[in-house]
Structure formats: C-alpha cells, structure tokens
Design a protein around this ligand. Sequence first.
Ligand SMILES: [Zn+2]
Length: 245
Amino acid sequence: MALAALPVHADAAKIGANRLVEPSLHLQEHQGGPPRVALTLDACSGKVDHRILDMLLKERIPATIFVTARWLKRNAEAVAVLRAHPDLFELEDHGREHLAAIDRVASVYGVKSAGSPEALALEVGGGAEAMIAAGLDKPRWFRGATAKYSPSAIALIESMGYRIAGYSLNGDGGSLLGAKATERRIAGAKDGDVIIAHVNQPTHAAGEGVAAGILGLRKRGFEFVLLRDAAEPAVQSLHSSALGK
Ligand SMILES: [Zn+2]
C-alpha cells in the first residue's frame, strides 16, 4: 500500500546542527480508486476524547494512534478498547514522558527537550517498553512531542529501528484551534494527506471539529489507511527552523 517513508537521517544530516527539522509524510500517489488519507492521532498525556474515539468505532474508520507511556498509564479503559479493535487501530510510539526529540537542551512551544542522546534513547525506548507492557505490539513508528527533531536525533531514532512519523496536514493546530476551523482544515484534506490531530483533549473545542472533519471526508468517499500498511518507500521532505532555547 501506498505509504512511504525512507529513512530521513541522510537528508537531516545536511541541515545544520542548530536547526530543527520537521519531516513531512504523505501517501504515495496511486492510480484509480477513491482518494486516501492516513489519520494519525496523538495521545500525548491527559485523557481520551470520546467524541473522536466513539465516532471512529461507530463508523469503523481506521486510525494510527501515537501514545506516550504517560497516557497509557492513565487511560487503561481506552487502551482496552483500542486493543479490542486491532483491525481499526494501530498504536505507535509517542515517547515516554512527552519530551521533544532533541538531543540537547532546548524547548519547543514550551515543551522540554530530552536534552541528551541518552535521554532521547530513553524517551523513545521507554515509550516502546510501556506499550509492550500494556500488551500492545512493538511499535515501528515514532513521533516525538512537537513533531520537531534535531538532525542528530533523527539519526539516533532511525538507528534504533524506527521510522519517523511526519505528517502533511496539521488538522487541529495542536488541539488549540476552534471546532469550525479544525473541521474545515480536516475536511479540506487531499488525496495522499497524512493528517495529524489529537485524541487526548476532551475539553478542547478542536476535538469536535476533528470528529466532524473526518466524517466529512468519509461522506466524500475518502478511504483511511494505517501507517503499518505502508509497504513502499514514501516521499518525505524536511522543513527546518531555528532551534529554540
Ligand atoms: Zn504529543
């Protein structure tokens, strides 16, 4: 199937060490058939947004959910629901403590970085260990908090055997957008988009828009694919920005 991600560390290494990179990810082009998107939802910490989860179950819409060890610990009931529907939900690694995947001291959007290569390895590996301890499959994809990385962090994460899960459409602006703005963004997805949004903020207006936007795509005939179904190399590109202090 049509998702693709080549290792990005070689490209990332060309970007200065003082920059942050934000890999983008999208599905490969395909001939014929309905338009396709991959829905990826982050469960950073906090709780579960049943406006989204219950709708996915009811409509049988597949989603790849990035979970942290913190979220797993606090949401055992939702984890049991996700585990009970392995055909719909793929769970992947969003880290242990929800630290930004930067192997030096920094902060991004107020989120602290791992701070060293050792701490980054613990963030990535600790997230995976918590998943296995919760009875989930060993993850193959990693997405760091904030989805920004230092070039050397990307190399380290890929050397640990993970693919970096970028995205191409920011659906909910970090769950901070209003319901209508979120719905419009998601409903505006194009064939091949990898959508990122959040499933851990039940009190935010954005979640209502996530559910509505996804339903809108389904009504227009979009198909939803999981990251694990990607068999072919995918297309990625890297955006870079200055490293925060
Ligand atoms: Zn997150």
